[in-house]
Design a protein around this ligand. Sequence first.
Ligand SMILES: CCCC(=O)OP(=O)(O)O
Length: 298
Amino acid sequence: MKLAQLINKATQMTPKVVAVAAAEDSEVMVAVSEAVKKGLASFLLFGDEEKIMELLSVNGLAVMEDKIKVVQAANEKEAAALAVKAVSSKEADVLMKGHVSTATILKEVLNKEYGLRTGNVLSHVAAFEVPGYDQLIFVTDAAMNIEPTIEQKVQIVNNSVNFARAVGVEVPKVAPLAAVEVVNPSMRATVDAALLTQMNKRGQIKNCIIDGPLALDNAVSQLAAEQKGIAGEVAGHADILFVPTIEVGNVLYKSLIYFAKAKVGAVITGAKAPIVLTSRADSAESKLNSLALAVSAV
Ligand SMILES: CCCC(=O)OP(=O)(O)O
């Protein structure tokens, strides 16, 4: 499955309404314009009305009653709050981060009064198309959970498995990553990886195959796995790379983009609605890929 195929698939679904927080960003507006032209979604754009109108016209679009509405917000925080409220009141199906920091939008998402919490752990999942690697590879969690407990890790795995299944990977192979492939009691990532593996074997984590700890090389390269004598169904064929901390995930996310020239789409799952959450520095293409992923997962 390629990201372009996901966009095609998403255009065949019932168009969804997306609420964008701080839409006054050129890359966001290119993605919005492409999504409208492809019939992927319609948009509620919250933010600096003057700048948004300017960017709409640069992209050959205007306010259209049924496709694009613009709502003025005084600042990033207000834009985020209004966009979140639009989703919680069911005016919109999907929330999208515009030119606002991850912390600001997530604070509104977690607001007790009007936020999008469900009682589950919310977590970030990114789908990468890496040149030279012939399948989509998912990374979780690069943006939300800092240093999750084992209970949170179980929910993060479940969120990523549900998401991968929603976009077409029926039984995802999950590699909990660590620096080594054996359990070392002084390396928490290896202990938690072994627990996740055993919980999967005993049916406590379903709909996927988990095997770890694995290092990144033997999770994604059969050759590396063979050279290190690592066998199993996941080694060399991982669909989901489960990272132990946000630092590992964020560095892996940005390394894949800047060094490996990967394409990406990314969302937050586990909330009442999918949340498109890419880096502010990500391209319009990444934002469009993320919209397609979010629409496919609603
Ligand atoms: C991986 C997406 C979260 C992130 O790092 O966002 P910013 O680069 O906008 O801080």
